[in-house]
Ligand binder design. Structure first.
Ligand SMILES: Nc1ncnc2c1ncn2[C@@H]1O[C@H](COP(=O)(O)OP(=O)(O)O)[C@@H](O)[C@H]1O
Ligand SMILES: O=P(O)(O)OC[C@H](O)CO
Length: 498
């Protein structure tokens, strides 16, 4: 049998997936497992790095078995990951010195505020395209170095390494041989200059992060080393593709032309609009980021980041316990009393774009004695559509109204008919769900195939993209606007910043 499969590892916020694709990029088999979410204090979110690695290793083994494919038939591995999540480990042992601090974690809000008050936001923004928010890695690294005993001294002696989840997995996969990341993940650390394409000395000084801890930055389709032999039956499989999960989804949705946009509904929701070879800086507090980097050339994107999308459904299941499965919200919401105006602002960990309010917390408005699980589920799903409209309106202004008129959607929650119909209604524009909804893994597989020289240029891949379902607006603009105004009022009531 020829060596012609690609293994994509998608290490997400709530679960780890491994998917095998054939050379035509058709998914052959998937293995997936959830892992523990740790909430030590209000606004804090952690993962055990060992869980991220163990689930990765096991899902890779499982998917090979499921697909009945041998390791020797895997031509290349692509890695994609939850972004910004921060891990610091010992160079000598590979042992993490603290749990992974997850992107949603808000513990460094005060530090960010101090830096804002000291007028550092413009510097950060021009160099990184980001805002001074706890979301990004820099202040999380600073926290670990300050709070873990001896960490700072060890870091200064060059004994500690930092990585986003991709780097940590590459380090583990290669048996400590390779400490690298790609430009899209580097762009989320708040230490990387997205214009010059290098780690920024001034920012590392500002956040007090020794540059010796930082990984080498590579293209998205590049040589990230080979797996250590005892992981895959003695085979050393090349790792050839890496991208942050939202950027991988942008690739997987074939958004290769300026003006094309995708929106991914996983734990959070992230809209990325391709802006071409020049960074566009937002006037509406959206982020500027690298969509992908090939042959040393970055393609930039405007990004809107919502911290809670699918996570609100998880909360209905695990917190409120009104459903036992995420999919149940679909029928539950459809049965809600249409006369009630319940709004749910899911600011469990503050609000992301365009509000950037780390201290606000969630609230439900408009409850009556007749409100029940159906009305709450409906409001939860609708919150995702309203939040996306917030982003798309901001993007339209920044991009001169010439943004994508059709949004490509993916992620676990894109399977929810009710939520996605509401989205089309709110945007007053069509919403396209593709045939392959595992676009994040697909993007990573494509990059790995490109890096391994198995696959052709992006234009070839673009021709393969197919819509499976298009949602079109079913309400008129005035009804949608009236609904949206209720949301805007609800948001104003939870904003901490006022
Ligand atoms: N049918 C559905 N309806 C609503 N939400 C869903 C549905 N299926 C999955 N989800 C939500 O989507 C999220 C999982 O999507 P996924 O893309 O796997 O996320 P992640 O990569 O962040 O782990 C969960 O938060 C889950 O609650
Ligand atoms: O794990 P996801 O799919 O929710 O994505 C998380 C993002 O990368 C955070 O920036």
């Amino acid at each position: 049998m020829p060596t012609d499969y690609i293994l994509a590892i998608d290490q997400g916020t709530t679960s780890t997936r491994a998917i095998i694709f054939d050379q035509s990029l058709k998914p052959i088999a998937t293995a997936q497992e959830e892992f523990e979410q740790i909430f030590p204090q209000s606004g804090w979110v952690e993962h055990k790095p060992e869980d991220l690695w163990d689930t990765t290793r096991r899902m890779c083994a499982q998917v090979l078995m499921k697909a009945d494919v041998k390791a020797r038939n895997i031509a290349a591995i692509g890695v994609t990951n939850q972004r910004e999540t921060t891990i610091v480990w010992e160079k000598a042992t590979g042992r993490p010195i603290y749990n992974a601090i997850v992107w949603q974690d808000r513990r460094t809000a005060d530090f960010c505020q101090q830096l804002q008050q000291a007028q550092h936001e413009d510097l950060v923004r021009t160099k990184t395209g980001l805002l001074l928010d706890p979301y990004f890695s820099a202040t999380k690294i600073n926290w670990i170095l300050n709070e873990v005993p001896d960490a700072r001294a060890k870091a200064e002696r060059g004994e500690l390494l930092f990585g986003t989840v991709d780097s940590y997995l590459i380090w583990q996969l290669t048996g400590g041989e390779v400490h690298a990341t790609d430009a899209t993940n580097a762009a989320r650390t708040m230490l990387y200059n997205i214009v010059t394409g290098e780690w920024d000395r001034e920012l590392c000084a500002l956040f007090d992060v020794p540059m010796s801890m930082l990984p080498e930055v590579k293209d998205c389709a590049d040589d990230f080393g080979r797996t250590q032999p005892d992981l895959f039956d003695g085979m050393e499989i090349p790792i050839r593709g890496v991208a942050g999960d939202q950027q991988a989804a942008t690739v997987g949705q074939a958004c290769f032309e300026p003006g094309m946009a995708k929106s991914t509904y996983g734990t959070g929701c992230f809209v990325l609009l391709n802006t071409g070879d020049q960074p566009v800086f937002s006037r509406n507090r959206l982020l500027t980021t690298i969509a992908y980097q090939l042959d040393g050339k970055p393609t930039y994107a405007l990004e809107g980041s919502i911290f809670v999308a699918g996570a609100v459904v998880q909360w209905l299941r695990d917190g409120l316990k009104i459903i036992s499965d995420a999919g149940e919200t679909d029928t539950l919401a459809a049965a809600a009393d249409p006369a009630q105006s319940v709004y749910f602002v899911p600011a469990f960990t503050g609000l992301g774009a365009p509000y950037w309010d780390a201290e606000s917390r969630a609230a439900i408005f408009g409850l009556t004695r007749n409100s029940g699980p159906a009305e709450i589920a409906k409001a939860a799903l609708e919150s995702v559509a309203f939040q996306t409209r917030d982003l798309v309106e901001a993007m339209d202004e920044d991009w001169g109204g010439a943004g994508a008129r059709i949004l490509r959607i993916d992620g676990g929650m894109a399977n929810n008919q009710f939520a996605m119909q509401k989205l089309a209604d709110q945007l007053q524009a069509p919403v396209d769900r593709p045939q392959v909804t595992e676009t994040t893994a697909l993007g990573a597989a494509y990059l790995a195939g490109l890096g391994a020289g198995l696959l052709e240029t992006p234009h070839q891949f673009t021709r393969q993209w197919r819509s499976a379902h298009q949602f079109i607006p079913l309400v008129d603009k005035s009804a949608a606007d009236q609904d949206y105004q209720g949301w805007q009022k609800a948001v104003q009531r939870v904003l901490y910043k006022g």
